[in-house]
Design a protein around this ligand. Structure first.
Ligand SMILES: Cc1cc2nc3c(=O)[nH]c(=O)nc-3n(C[C@H](O)[C@H](O)[C@H](O)COP(=O)(O)O)c2cc1C
Length: 196
């Protein structure tokens, strides 16, 4: 399909799935995206070692959406990410209240109806900076489509655990990619979301 041109999102269908989701506490991954124009799609991502960034670039290519990098105010060094030690990332992940500050420019969130949300898996969860991001904007009426990369873990409940930080949004089922994510993997996923 001609993804960037023909991405047709059906928000009404998405809302039905949201109702089903709230009724049964889960969904079956069969949601379809509707008629948002490429200019209404944001691809927001956080990435320390480039894997999620690559996936996000493929999502942006496939959808025509705009890339937005969630940049930490204090960059993560290699030591910060050394999860075999008592590193900064581990400390944050073990702290329910941790909300690492975001630097850089803000996203013009009002311009977007659909937000793809990319993150690496850290100890089976989304990094706490994703919570900072979600709690920084009003996502009411928007559709959030989570995706992540990891060494081996699945997406698990990492996306569901963020729902409370953007409760006005409709969340679609998330997708996990391997650290060596390929463009074809991402294109197949986008096709599955947009197929009639
Ligand atoms: C602190 C930390 C914790 C991690 N925890 C997991 C994990 O629980 N399961 C897993 O499969 N990979 C884990 N990883 C590996 C990352 O999820 C993986 O390398 C990811 O693709 C990195 O994405 P990035 O390059 O966008 O930062 C962890 C990495 C770090 C730094």
């Amino acid at each position: 399909m001609k993804r960037a041109k023909q991405l047709s999102f059906t928000i009404a269908a998405t809302c039905c799935f949201a109702l089903a989701l709230s009724a049964c506490g889960g969904n079956d991954g069969k949601e379809k995206l509707g008629d948002a124009a490429p200019s209404e799609i944001l691809v927001a991502y956080f990435s320390c070692t480039g894997n999620t960034e690559r996936a996000a670039e493929y999502v942006a290519d496939a959808t025509g959406g705009t890339l937005y990098e969630i940049v930490p105010e204090q960059p993560y060094t290699a030591d910060d990410l050394d999860y075999r030690a008592d590193c900064r990332a581990n400390v944050e992940q073990n702290d329910e209240t941790a909300r690492p500050a975001i630097g850089g420019t803000s996203a013009n969130m009002a311009d977007y109806r659909v937000v793809f949300l990319g993150y690496p898996i850290w100890w089976s969860e989304a990094p706490k900076i994703m919570y900072t991001f979600l709690e920084s904007y009003d996502f009411s009426g928007k559709t959030i489509v989570p995706f992540c990369t990891s060494g081996s873990s699945g997406i698990g409940s990492s996306a569901e655990n963020m729902h409370g930080s953007a409760s006005g949004a409709t969340w679609l089922t998330g997708k996990r990619f391997s650290s060596s994510v390929s463009k074809a993997d991402v294109e197949d996923w986008i096709d599955s979301l947009t197929a009639e």
